[in-house]
Ligand binder design. Structure first.
Ligand SMILES: NC(=O)c1ccc[n+]([C@@H]2O[C@H](COP(=O)([O-])OP(=O)(O)OC[C@H]3O[C@@H](n4cnc5c(N)ncnc54)[C@H](OP(=O)(O)O)[C@@H]3O)[C@@H](O)[C@H]2O)c1
Length: 308
């Protein structure tokens, strides 16, 4: 029972690894910088260039699953989000498409193909919006930059279906963790009593606790009837205003100082849309299959993350 994880050194991968080890899987993580990987000793960390199958493709032979998470960070790796230059936008797109093509190439070459490809994806698929429309997996794709990235990222994995490999598209929302992702930068102004809604605060933020994210990935990996797109978001998304109020409440800080949208646009450029727009997404297909969230409400998730 071998699972190969690309980008397994990242926020989601590092949390997925212990869960899969506990379930008895042998784990192979593909990394561009294996010596820097901080993973348990029983994980095999294998170098790859995230572009081709050469040097690592043989690991796919007879593997149970591949979880494909690799991709250049969308908001940058520091506490302050990094602006989208033309070069960064290109890396955000190409890193995902090239890595996925490499995975597809390796699956093509394998005589005994994996049963399932869990393909990383994002709710950015639906486009950044400011309305209250409820979006499930049948909602049409958006048109903005991230929506185009996600469509091409998903599409790059499509060939495996013709070879009988079950393909799951894990359309992930805002992953909440204190170890990385969007929560630590969001908390920063609250620490200094400067927290509040961003822009109008009416944009929807569809979030998921990191533990539920990796539980859902494992659930989809092991349920043979799961294929196609799945929204990995908690069943109770909130507006940004509600997010700020709940975060302030849990941190014991005020949450009334709005950050004007124009200021975010001035500082972050196009990336500001990531904060000022959102999607009201529901995990319909996960719920239909019987997945149970450990942290269905934002209050439960933040209490667990910040008060433990
Ligand atoms: N976290 C979220 O809130 C969220 C939400 C929606 C979707 N997602 C998506 O889910 C995936 C995993 O998320 P994450 O938060 O775990 O990401 P992450 O912490 O940024 O980790 C992604 C991993 O991808 C690899 N990587 C980075 N830049 C790369 C590049 N230019 N080319 C190839 N590989 C590269 C890195 O591994 P090595 O350095 O070891 O090669 C890195 O550890 C990402 O693709 C992300 O877009 C995440």
């Amino acid at each position: 029972m071998r699972v190969i994880i690309t980008g397994g050194t990242g926020l989601i991968g590092r949390a997925l690894v212990p869960l899969l080890l506990q379930e008895g899987y042998q784990i192979v993580v593909l990394s561009r910088h294996p010596s820097q990987a901080r993973l348990p000793a029983d994980v095999q960390v294998v170098p790859w260039d995230a572009r081709t199958a050469s040097g690592w493709g043989h690991w796919v032979e007879g593997a149970t699953a591949i979880v494909n998470l690799a991709g250049e960070s969308i908001a940058g790796t520091g506490l302050i989000p990094a602006r989208w230059t033309k070069a960064r936008k290109q890396r955000i797109l190409e890193s995902r498409v090239h890595a996925t093509r490499a995975v597809v190439e390796a699956i093509d070459q394998a005589r005994e193909k994996p049963q399932v490809l869990v393909q990383g994806s994002a709710i950015g698929y639906y486009g950044g919006r400011v309305d209250d429309t409820i979006l499930d997996e049948n909602a049409p794709p958006g048109q903005d930059f991230l929506a185009q990235v996600v469509r091409q990222w998903e599409a790059a994995s499509e060939p495996v279906e013709a070879w009988g490999v079950r393909r799951v598209l894990a359309r992930t929302g805002l992953v909440l963790s204190t170890q990385g992702g969007s929560l630590p930068p969001t908390m920063l102004p609250f620490r200094f009593f400067l927290g509040g809604p961003l822009g109008s605060g009416q944009q929807w933020w569809s979030w998921i606790h990191l533990q539920d994210e990796v539980r859902a990935l494992h659930f989809l990996l092991t349920h043979p009837q799961a294929s196609g797109p799945f929204n990995l978001t908690a069943p109770h998304p909130v507006t940004n205003r509600e997010f700020a109020l709940t975060l302030g409440q849990v941190m014991g800080r005020p949450a009334f100082l709005p950050t004007p949208g124009w200021l975010l646009r001035l500082t972050l450029g196009e990336l500001a849309d990531l904060l000022l727009k959102g999607q009201r997404v529901l995990p319909k297909r996960l719920l239909d299959l019987g997945f149970q969230f450990a942290f269905p409400t934002l209050e439960m998730a933040l209490e667990e993350l910040l008060r433990k």
